[in-house]
Design a binder for this molecule. Structure first.
Ligand code: ADP
Ligand code: MG
Length: 310
């Protein structure tokens, strides 16, 4: 049986530090990071629990990827550059095969963004995976939820609803082109570059983890504004369009979670600076609440994103 320490040596210790901010990584009581002057440290943490956030049969490499991706997505949503993460693992038993695949999925994504795994904790219990992610952002430049202004344009990256469709497929919905949607559900990509590019451009930003209605709803509530989203402008993949044609379930892309795209607001005069991979989907308005304009009709929506304990 592997001891905790040899387990970390074997599976989680990166060969070298990937960025210049890590002064001391795994192995001591604490890790040490240097934060350049003129920058703030952005910190976030997210936990994934078996049978709550992932299925017991989840592919371990995809799980490692997704666990890191959802945390890096929070840094992206603040416009922060990721530098380091810690990993707290609670495992029912030591399964070397599972650990090998999990750590390879995790460390491969870390490598792509030059993120160092600088420490963590390992305990026994029901399978529970926690990451704390740290990034840096120039003083005062972080993209908050509370600073959207009336008249701002609302944008999002990528497409909406593919991960939600992936979850439907996983639960038994039959779709001719399942792979892309399943991939978007299992292996989201954090929109780090876009988040960084939005510094000085976006007035507010959030990542879409619980569904557009719920997450845009957080911006509206914290900014004390309302919004109108235009159905015809929503970026929907051909798979999601065909799902809607077959089922009539127009709400799925709006309430489906796990897309991990960014939703952000931009003052009218800066709209020309928004990166090409983003789509304008609506406008911030003075009237509180969230409205959907579809075929010329406007209806009020309530946030129905997935909420724990509700
Ligand atoms: P301590 O008892 O001081 O908390 P541990 O024995 O728990 O130390 O951990 C030893 C070292 O291994 C520490 O640097 C810790 O950050 C790191 N570590 C423990 N678990 C993990 C893990 N799952 N992933 C990465 N590093 C870990
Ligand atoms: Mg410990």
């Amino acid at each position: 049986m592997l001891s905790e320490f040899s387990l970390i040596e074997k599976f989680f210790k990166q060969k070298k530090h990937l960025n210049g901010h890590t002064n001391l990584g795994i192995g001591d009581d604490c890790a040490l990071l240097s934060i350049p002057s003129g920058y703030e440290l952005a910190i976030t943490t997210d936990t994934m629990v078996e049978n709550v956030h992932f299925f017991a049969d989840a592919d371990p490499a995809q799980l490692g990827h997704k666990l890191l991706a959802v945390n890096l997505s929070d840094l992206a949503a603040m416009g922060a550059k990721p530098i380091a993460v810690t990993l707290a693992l609670t495992l029912p038993y030591i399964d070397e095969n599972w650990l090998r695949q999990f750590s390879s999925g995790f460390l491969e994504l870390a490598r792509q963004f030059s993120v160092d795994l600088i420490g963590g904790d390992t305990t026994q219990g029901a399978l529970t995976l926690t990451v704390q992610a740290m990034g840096i952002v120039p003083n005062g430049q972080a993209l908050k939820r509370s600073t959207a202004q009336i008249g701002d344009a609302i944008f999002m990256t990528g497409n909406l609803g593919d991960a939600g469709l992936g979850l439907k497929i996983k639960k038994g919905y039959r779709h001719e082109d399942a792979q892309e949607a399943l991939n978007r559900f299992h292996a989201p990509m954090p929109r780090i570059e876009t988040g960084l590019a939005l510094q000085g451009i976006a007035s507010a930003c959030i990542d879409i983890s619980d569904g557009l209605l719920s997450d845009l709803g957080h911006i509206l509530k914290q900014s004390e504004v309302g919004a109108c989203v235009e159905w015809e402008k929503l970026p929907l993949s051909s798979s999601v369009q065909s799902y809607i044609e077959h089922t009539g379930d127009v709400l799925m892309p709006l309430i489906g979670g796990d897309d991990y795209e960014l939703c952000f607001t931009v003052p009218e005069k800066l709209v020309h600076c928004v990166p090409d991979n983003c789509t304008q989907i609506g406008t911030i308005e003075a009237q509180l609440g969230l409205r959907l304009k579809k075929s010329g009709h406007i209806e009020t929506l309530t946030a129905k994103g997935y909420e724990h304990f509700s």
